[in-house]
Write a protein that binds this ligand. Structure first.
Ligand SMILES: Nc1ncnc2c1ncn2[C@@H]1O[C@H](COP(=O)(O)OP(=O)(O)OP(=O)(O)O)[C@@H](O)[C@H]1O
Length: 239
C-alpha cells in the first residue's frame, strides 16, 4: 500500500523502476502530479480511468516525455537527466510495446523483429536469427516469420509486437493497453504470453490497462493511478 505519503518511499535494490515525486506538464495540463511508485520483478498492472496519465507515465519511464519535476530511475540510473549514450543504454534494456503494435507494414515479421537488433547491436546474422526465431516461438508465432503484417490477424500482430520486444532481451517491457480491441479469448492468450515471458529477460513487465478482469487474473501487483498519482499499490485478491 502506498498510502497518503507516497513521496517517502525508500529505494530498494530490487526496484526495477523508482519513480519519485514526478510532475509532467503537457500544455496547460498537469498530467502527472507528485507521482511516486516502485516497479519490481514480475507482472505489474497499472490501472486507472481514461485520461489519468497512464500512457504519459509509460512514455516518461523511457525518457520520451520530459519531467517538470521529480526523478525516474531504471535500475538506479536516472532516466530523465541521462546523457544520450546512457539513455540509449537504458532503452536497450527497456522495450516498449505500443497499443496498436506499431509494426512496419513494409517489413516482414522477421524483419520487424530484427530491425532494432541490426541497428543497435553488433550481433552476428546468426545471433539475430536465433533471437528472432526464439522470440517468435515464445509467443506462438513459429512459422509466421516471413509473413507481412497485412497477412496477420489482429491478435498475431499484437504477438509479433511482443516478439519484437522480446528479441531485444530487455530487462523490462512496458505494454500500453496490450489487450485493447481484443475479445476475452485473445485477451487471455495475450496475458498468458506476457505472464509466460516474464521471468529473467524481461524480469519485469509493466502493463497499462483498463481490463480489470485480466489484471485480477494475471498481475502480481496492481497500482492504481488517479489524477496523475499512484494512490494504491497492492496484490490481486485470490479467487
Ligand atoms: N500532448 C498533449 N498535450 C496536452 N495534453 C495532453 C497531451 N497528451 C495527453 N494529454 C492529456 O493528458 C491526460 C492524460 O493522458 P494519457 O494518455 O496519459 O491518459 P491515459 O490514462 O493513458 O488515458 P487512456 O486510458 O484513455 O489511454 C489526458 O487528459 C490527455 O488529454
Amino acid at each position: 500500500m502506498i498510502g497518503a505519503t507516497p513521496q517517502k518511499l525508500a529505494h530498494q535494490p530490487t526496484d526495477v523502476f523508482s519513480i519519485d515525486n514526478v510532475d509532467v506538464q503537457l500544455g496547460a495540463k498537469r498530467v502527472l502530479a507528485h507521482c511516486t511508485l516502485r516497479i519490481q520483478a514480475g507482472v505489474t498492472c497499472i490501472v486507472g480511468q481514461s485520461g489519468t496519465g497512464k500512457s504519459t507515465l509509460l512514455k516518461a519511464m523511457v525518457g520520451l516525455i520530459p519531467l517538470a519535476r521529480g526523478s525516474i530511475r531504471f535500475r538506479g540510473l536516472e532516466v530523465s537527466t541521462s546523457h544520450v549514450s546512457m539513455l540509449a543504454e537504458i532503452r536497450r534494456n527497456v522495450a516498449f510495446v505500443f497499443q496498436n503494435g506499431a509494426l512496419f507494414s513494409s517489413l516482414s515479421v522477421f524483419d520487424n523483429c530484427a530491425l532494432a537488433l541490426r541497428e543497435r547491436d553488433h550481433l552476428s546474422v546468426h545471433e539475430i536469427e536465433l533471437r528472432v526465431f526464439d522470440a517468435l516461438e515464445r509467443v506462438g508465432l513459429s512459422g509466421a516469420h516471413d509473413r507481412m503484417p497485412t497477412e496477420l490477424s489482429g491478435g498475431m500482430m499484437k504477438r509479433a509486437a511482443i516478439a519484437r520486444a522480446l528479441a531485444q532481451h530487455p530487462d523490462a517491457i512496458l505494454f500500453d493497453e496490450p489487450t485493447t480491441g481484443a475479445d476475452p479469448i485473445l485477451t487471455t492468450v495475450l496475458m498468458q504470453h506476457i505472464r509466460a515471458i516474464t521471468g529473467s529477460r524481461p524480469a519485469a513487465s509493466v502493463i497499462m490497462t483498463h481490463d480489470i478482469d485480466a489484471v485480477r487474473r494475471f498481475a502480481d501487483r496492481i497500482i492504481l493511478l488517479f489524477e496523475g498519482n499512484a494512490i494504491w499499490d497492492g496484490v490481486p485478491l485470490a479467487g
